[in-house]
Design a protein. Structure first.
Length: 281
């Protein structure tokens, strides 16, 4: 069963239908390539898993949009305001739709300089888009009513959350919370893929489903990270920070003594993710 398409249809035709329809009209008018990111994308991958712990409710929708020149971005916002009834906010990348949905439009591509995008506003803003190009090159495409919607993968979302949370201190708690939510619950997300032939090497005498699932997540991150050595180095530096100075041996010893401790369990998962990535890259 194509849960990705089912979840997408449920969200698209739910409370945000008018907002999504307006955005689709705008993107098509200006021939803008767009990608769903953030919590909306996460929910498209996970909403059929209703037995997972309660997660942060989605009241907004985030898109990364490939822009060739900054004037195109201004024209898009003008159209949404003047024709579709959106309102501007103090943040130059954020709009409020007529149904009060918060819409973040993150431009990248032709407007980047050294992984940054300069946005005019009050005040103006330098917006980091580090990793966007590599992550979104591996987005999943959904066909709906003859239109294409590109959705960031969960592996891609983990990379974006890790980067964003460690670039801006004010985002750290929220973004890392989102990252750990995916990491801790990836066993449920992976489901039967744990037993796919391509991952049969993970099933041995020490097989632990949650650890095996994290290694599958690492393998899904590999094609993205292979796109950029700089991105690889950034992610490994973040994992080193998240391990809080402990090496793998110390983490394994702590985990053997207190496997139910939440902090130690997270250290073990991060260590396993890090090690699997290093073995695959």
């Amino acid at each position: 069963m194509d849960y990705l398409k089912i979840n997408f249809d449920e969200l698209r035709f739910g409370g945000m239908k008018e907002t999504i329809d307006a955005l689709e009209r705008a993107f098509q008018k200006f021939e803008i390539d767009f990608y769903l990111i953030g919590a909306f994308a996460r929910d498209i991958w996970m909403n059929h898993l209703d037995h997972l712990p309660t997660r942060r409710t989605t009241y907004d929708i985030d898109f990364s949009i490939y822009i060739h020149k900054i004037e195109q971005f201004q024209e898009l916002k003008d159209y949404l305001e003047q024709v579709e009834g959106f309102k501007r906010t103090d943040e130059p990348y954020r709009l409020l739709s007529p149904d009060q949905t918060i819409v973040d439009l993150i431009p990248f591509g032709g407007v980047e300089q050294n992984n940054m995008v300069y946005l005019e506003g009050h005040p103006p803003m330098d917006l980091s888009v580090f990793g966007n190009m590599q992550v979104l090159a591996h987005a999943k495409t959904i066909i709906a009513n003859g239109s294409e919607f590109k959705v960031c993968t969960l592996a891609g979302l983990c990379i974006l959350k890790l980067v964003a949370g460690n670039e801006r201190a004010e985002r750290f708690e929220k973004d890392m919370g989102d990252f750990y939510y995916i990491l801790v619950n990836y066993m449920e997300i992976a489901g039967d893929t744990l037993f796919d032939v391509e991952h049969e090497d993970l099933i041995d005498e020490d097989f632990e489903p949650q650890i095996a699932a994290v290694k599958i997540l690492a393998r899904q991150m590999v094609p993205i990270l292979k796109e950029s050595l700089e991105l690889q180095e950034r992610i490994f530096a973040i994992f080193f920070k998240l391990k809080e100075g402990f090496d793998d041996r110390e983490i394994n010893e702590m985990h053997e003594l207190e496997p139910q401790d939440k902090k130690i369990r997270r250290l073990k998962l991060v260590s396993s993710l890090n090690d699997e990535l290093k073995s695959q890259l």
